[in-house]
Design a protein around this ligand. Structure first.
Ligand code: ZN
Length: 145
């Protein structure tokens, strides 16, 4: 399975979460906020720093598409229509920001999944449309090759 080499067609897709940005040109990315006082990075847009309490010191930035698996759980029961088992993961992105998402392209077996393993963020069309027929772009993690 090639990593990010194949471009995902994003035209007409809506971001599945507000912190997923789809630029007119270029590749989608996850956006975060960097505190200019204490240099802590957070996922998504924030107006104040949860670490040092600074207000209006946050600058928006694109988060890295690589990181380390912080923790995961293998999900065996979910909503109807959701294929199980799948791997729900929390990833610490390189350079800051912590993101929850599904880890794919790996067997959902504890022997195969290592804490701290290198992963990358990939972007794909979401498997389902919403009630209005809108299609979404979502993100996943996969082991970094
Ligand atoms: Zn801060």
């Amino acid at each position: 399975m090639p990593p990010n080499t194949e471009a995902t067609e994003t035209a007409g897709l809506l971001p599945v979460v507000p912190f997923l940005k789809i630029p007119e040109e270029g590749s989608p990315f996850l956006s975060g906020s960097l505190c200019s006082q204490c240099k802590t990075t957070f996922l998504g847009e924030r107006s104040f720093c949860a670490k040092c309490g600074s207000r209006d010191e946050m600058e928006t930035l694109a988060l890295a598409n690589t990181g380390e698996l912080y923790v995961y759980s293998i999900v065996f029961r979910s909503f109807p229509g959701i294929e199980v088992p799948y791997v729900s993961a929390i990833v610490d992105l390189d350079g800051g920001g912590t993101v929850k998402g599904n880890l794919i392209n790996i067997d959902p077996e504890p022997e195969k999944i290592k804490m701290g393993m290198a992963v990358e963020v990939i972007y794909r069309k979401a498997p389902r449309k919403d009630a209005e027929g809108n299609e979404y772009l979502t993100y996943y993690f996969q082991p970094k090759i």
